[in-house]
Ligand binder design. Structure first.
Ligand code: 5AD
Length: 366
């Protein structure tokens, strides 16, 4: 599928034609990655963040938010919980937290890897190449870093660089695509994605985003609707840079499914989650609809309930209610749509097959 076809699907409004897109994506998903739905235990271990991304509630612009950072034992308890729930992976996610040192996180990763069979995925923002290498050696096999949008002007507007003169990657031009290449070189399974319906995002831009997923040969791709957060600059000033109305992408549920479906067609062997943001728009059947339109992963929240409400990237985020009952119900929901609950770590087939083709098997993720 080429750029023009992706673009035309994004603009498609005929429900009968869209049924065709859903069916194609579902077929491609079944033929390439099968009916297994992989569950990942999402652990939001710190809501500290040094950045001020205009869309996100964790940025330094959100004053009055109580900040937390879980200690290593608390994170290990989340890993135990993920094992108990029979998940194969723990996703360690946080803001870009300068209080999380490379060595501290490396120790946490090592403990998880020694004490559990879990695969470890990191989602901790833009960090130095040395840190990424350290964490890879400690046993983290996967890394998620959304490039958010391929439109550089829009990106710079919503994702300001850090001012020079503090610790970390300050004064460095934010270049997430470059970091994705570093991650690939280091042997990570590489994940990225975008937000859907950012103010100023056009259909052309979003089509380019999806095309780029394929060019980057991503192993995991998670995208979700932009949900305005009233505490953020973008919600307050969002209409300062609008796209012309007929070119602006809506942040709708249907648009989110279109992105999932087209992503599956462009990246047939990738792991693609039905994301929390989709479930936030539709708590009742959002996960199911995503899973029937190309997705094969769900990331249920295993963060201790007292911290969840503080990880407020956007309002009314799904997952706050996900308790023990919820986890068993989720498995029933997967069976009800003809899926099977994935067993084992659920490594990305895209990654495995690339490593085999490149004869890099010996250094495959531990
Ligand atoms: N709406 C939807 N998604 C958001 N994210 C951050 N803020 C929002 C928002 N307001 C997404 C970004 C980030 C991921 C962790 O959460 O894409 O990479």
């Amino acid at each position: 599928m080429n750029f023009v076809e992706i673009h035309d699907w994004l603009r498609e409004t005929d429900d009968r034609r869209l049924e065709e897109l859903w069916r194609t994506a579902d077929d491609v998903r079944r033929r390439n990655v099968g009916d297994e739905v992989h569950l990942r235990g999402l652990t939001e271990f710190s809501n500290h963040c040094v950045r001020r991304c205009a869309y996100c509630g964790l940025g330094t612009h959100t004053r009055g938010l109580e900040r937390y950072r879980m200690n290593a034992d608390e994170i290990l308890a989340c890993a135990d919980r993920a094992v108990e729930l029979e998940y194969g992976t723990i996703v360690l996610q946080s803001g870009q937290d300068s209080g999380v040192s490379g060595q501290w996180l490396a120790d946490v990763i090592e403990r998880i890897r020694q004490q559990t069979p879990l695969a470890v995925t990191l989602s901790v923002g833009e960090r130095s190449e040395d840190e990424l290498a350290l964490w890879r050696r400690a046993g983290a096999g996967r890394y998620l870093l959304r490039f958010e949008t391929s439109d550089r002007t829009l990106y710079e507007r919503i994702h300001p660089d850090l001012p020079a003169g503090q610790a970390g990657l300050n004064g460095v031009r934010s270049d997430r695509i470059a970091i994705l290449h570093q991650l690939r070189e280091l042997g990570y399974e590489v994940g990225s994605g975008v937000m859907i319906g950012l103010p100023g995002q056009t259909y052309e831009t979003l089509a380019r985003d999806i095309e780029l997923f394929g060019e980057l040969d991503l192993d995991m791709i998670g995208s979700g609707p932009f949900i305005p957060n009233p505490h953020t600059p973008l919600a307050r000033n969002g209409d300062k840079h609008p796209a012309p109305a007929d070119r602006q992408v809506p942040n709708s549920e249907t648009m989110s499914y279109k992105v999932i479906a087209l992503t599956r067609i462009i990246c047939p062997q990738a792991n693609i989650p039905a994301t929390t943001a989709v479930a936030t728009l539709n708590g009742r059947t959002g996960y199911e609809s995503g899973l029937r339109r190309g997705a094969n992963v769900v990331m249920p929240n295993v963060t201790p309930p007292r911290y969840r409400a503080l990880y407020e990237i956007y309002p009314a985020k799904a997952g706050v209610e996900q308790d023990g009952d919820y986890h068993s119900l989720l498995k029933e929901r997967i069976l009800a749509i003809g899926g099977r609950v994935g067993e084992g770590r659920g490594d990305s087939l895209n990654y495995i097959n690339r490593r085999i083709t490149n004869k890099e098997v010996a250094t495959c993720a531990r």
